[in-house]
Design a protein around this ligand. Structure first.
Ligand SMILES: [Ca+2]
Ligand SMILES: [Ca+2]
Ligand SMILES: [Ca+2]
Ligand SMILES: [Ca+2]
Length: 272
């Protein structure tokens, strides 16, 4: 489904094609420091897809809250939250640097919490640019977005080096193409644990080959997303094994020899 999203509200104009996240052929999974205590630190350790393991995460560096609604709500539509026993800030109406601190780590017990009626526009800048993975890692997503409850939506769009939106606006829908993260989270703003899921976002789904950050928007009907954003950079392709390199050269040499022999036979055939 593709529709035009043009939202000239709250001083922010979003123009682009709005996509519902298409199905991902093969989803990965994550490993965590622990999954038994929903109120404690839960550190993201690695991302896996197939037999491969990735740990090259790229963190959020800066944040800029563009707008929030209702703007005069004393509780604040968006807040920084933490697991009940996690050391960290839980605060309504956080500053931009408090939002960045909340996201700038691998502790999934530190998330942004949005009230169910809340709406906002938020820019998150990564510590370095994310570029489309090399072919050997083309099935690896560039961004993981965790959501407590698996009961809320988000829209995201890539940002260029100047912080301007580029590519598609992607609608991440609650429960759709969302993988269970294998743990539950009980934070200070809720009185019981909720299961956490995550979306795997590929740059191709955002219609770009590189991003410096994300524009995240939430409308009131999105049911208040409670989330953490973490980038992933697979890195270079593994060098082939020395044995396979040697075998490759041997095969090439043998191919070359047989061609030379064929040419030789043809040459001598013509002469005779
Ligand atoms: Ca709150
Ligand atoms: Ca939620
Ligand atoms: Ca709690
Ligand atoms: Ca919420």
């Amino acid at each position: 489904m593709m529709t035009l999203s043009c939202s000239p509200v709250r001083g922010l104009l979003i123009v682009g094609s709005l996509l519902v996240l298409p199905a991902i052929a093969s989803a990965g999974f994550v490993t965590l420091s622990q999954t038994s205590d929903p109120k404690a630190d839960i550190i993201l350790q690695s991302y896996h897809i197939g037999e491969r393991t990735y740990t090259n995460f790229v963190l959020v560096k800066k944040a800029k809250l563009l707008w929030q609604s209702p703007p005069d709500d004393v509780n604040g539509p968006i807040s920084v939250d933490r697991g009940d026993n996690v050391v960290g800030l839980n605060k309504e109406r956080p500053t931009d640097s408090e939002i960045a601190d909340n996201q700038r780590n691998l502790n999934l017990g530190l998330i942004l919490d949005t009230e169910e009626y809340g709406a906002f526009g938020l820019k998150l800048k990564f510590e370095r640019a994310l570029t489309a993975p090399l072919r050997c890692h083309k099935d690896v997503p560039s961004v993981l977005i965790f959501e407590r409850g698996q009961n809320s939506d988000l829209t995201i769009q890539g940002l260029d080096a100047d912080g301007d939106p580029i590519g598609h606006v992607l609608h991440l829908v609650r429960g759709e193409n969302q993988t269970s993260a294998g743990f539950s989270l009980d934070t200070t703003e809720i009185s019981h644990s909720q299961p956490v899921g995550f979306w795997e976002v590929h740059l191709s789904q955002l219609g770009v080959s590189s991003i410096h950050g994300l524009l995240i928007t939430c409308e009131a009907e999105y049911h208040g997303p409670d989330f953490k954003v973490i980038g992933l950079e697979p890195g270079p392709c593994e060098a082939p094994e020395p044995t396979s390199v040697a075998l490759g050269w041997l095969a090439l040499a043998s191919l070359g020899l047989s061609r030379l022999q064929r040419l030789g036979r043809r040459w001598w055939g013509l002469r005779c």
